[in-house]
Design a protein around this ligand. Sequence first.
Ligand code: CA
Length: 304
Amino acid sequence: MGTYNDENPNALNADGWRTVLFDGFNGSAVDRDTWPVMYGGDSGNGGAFQWSNDDVRVGDGELTISMTDHGGWWSAGGLSQGWEGQTYGRFEVRAKVDPGQGTQGVLVLWPTDNVYPPEIDLLETPEGDRSKAHFTVHWDGGGGADHYEGQSFSLDTSQWHTYAVDWTPERLTYYIDGREMYSTTSNVPQEPMALGFSGWVSSDGQTWFNGGPDATTPAQVNLHVDWARISVADGGRQGGAGVQQAAVVQAEPVEAALEAALVAAPEEPPPAPAPVEQAAQPVDWEALAAQAMANYEATGQWFI
Ligand SMILES: [Ca+2]
């Protein structure tokens, strides 16, 4: 079960870590200084849903990211630190995801320069019954090719849990509710990354989700986030602030570039790293960023 309102049962030992960001989402609106990027503009997941800022809300002590059925089409929200990331650190998020076939909630670390991979997923929940928590690390297998290694753990993710990753230059260590679940020294990202949260709606043909939403899927499915904490290791091992000079808007929804990979992501036992069979389409990030900047200058809003 678990509770919220900024609780943290089974907290990790904080010795050696210094908090640099905590948001309990206890106000009435998103703190856009902390979370400057909302995913928007283009459709997500090849048209399976539309990004919508209306699906991002703060109230009742939580951040709520929705996936919403509009009667024939779906929308979903996403929120990110954008370019305000850091290299290495401890990232902790207390969250739960409502059940709903064909939907998932995502907690993610994404490169601040918006050039993917790498990517670290603290949580993905492709099973509609929320029976598993998935942790995945993506890295550049050469020439920008997405390689990944995924882990999944039996867990009722529709209840409150705390998901955390310790990211050092040498190692990634993944925790659920203060318990170490997985650790690796391979393919550890070495560039600034930023924390984000998003919904995601599957299309009918995506086997990783067992297809899209169906008659059992509620009209609105929510990712609930009670709080998020970001820390750095004492001693200044962090790489400093993100690459603010490369103020690239989040031009592509978090999961879009790797959807082909995730569709085929294997279950337990953990797989050996494997190349993506179906490479994502090349994305001209600079053109997208320029377009986003032009849109921002014209309208005051970030979108592509
Ligand atoms: Ca809270």
